[in-house]
Ligand binder design. Structure first.
Ligand code: SF4
Ligand code: SF4
Length: 172
């Protein structure tokens, strides 16, 4: 996983995107912090704004980026683990929503229904963590549950509906 922090005057992300103003850094862990896996959807109207920069700089949050598909003037999607002190975390989520970002909190577990999966491989193209991958040389589609972030990106692309979400009721 990759951590992103606010850069002072330099940037490792493309200008004019939600990731503007950020650069790659070592992951920082603090057990007192609250952490959640989030899926953020950016509409065309906000995709060019440095929203994550503000989220990090103004609210003191840090995050591990799992996937970022950002195209100028098109919709964008970011999957990440967001981490911070609980009060800052809540303020940061409010800021995201007030900015027009659709925030989905991952609160469950994704499993593969082995009876349904017919090994087409479509899901491996969208999985941001490498939990779904092609085994070589057999080219079988493997699923490693321990690597799964439960982002659910594989669920809608699976033609067999083999990737199933199980909600963690204590987290919703
Ligand atoms: S997309 Fe669905 S059917 Fe295809 S390999 Fe993945 S889980 Fe199996
Ligand atoms: S939910 Fe699906 S796409 Fe997301 S990490 Fe797990 S296996 Fe990969």
């Amino acid at each position: 996983m990759i951590s992103l922090l606010v850069a002072q005057g330099k940037s490792g992300a493309a200008a004019g995107s939600p990731l503007s103003g950020l650069f790659l850094s070592e992951k920082i862990k603090d057990p007192a912090m609250h952490a959640e896996m989030l899926v953020l959807q950016f509409s065309r109207e906000v995709v060019d704004q440095p929203i994550i920069y503000r989220l990090v700089k103004d609210f003191g949050l840090e995050f591990n980026l799992l996937r970022a598909a950002i195209n100028p003037r098109q919709e964008g999607l970011i999957v990440m683990e967001l981490r911070g002190h609980p009060k800052d975390f809540r303020r940061g989520l409010k800021y995201l929503r007030d900015s027009g970002v659709k925030v989905k909190r991952v609160a469950g577990e994704v499993r593969r229904n082995e009876d349904r999966c017919y090994q087409c491989g479509t899901c491996t193209a969208v999985c941001p963590t490498g939990a779904l991958y092609l085994e070589r040389p057999s080219m079988a589609v493997a699923f490693e549950a321990a690597k799964c972030s439960a982002c659910e990106l594989c669920c809608p692309v699976c033609p067999a509906r083999a990737m199933e979400v199980r909600l963690n009721r204590s987290a919703v």
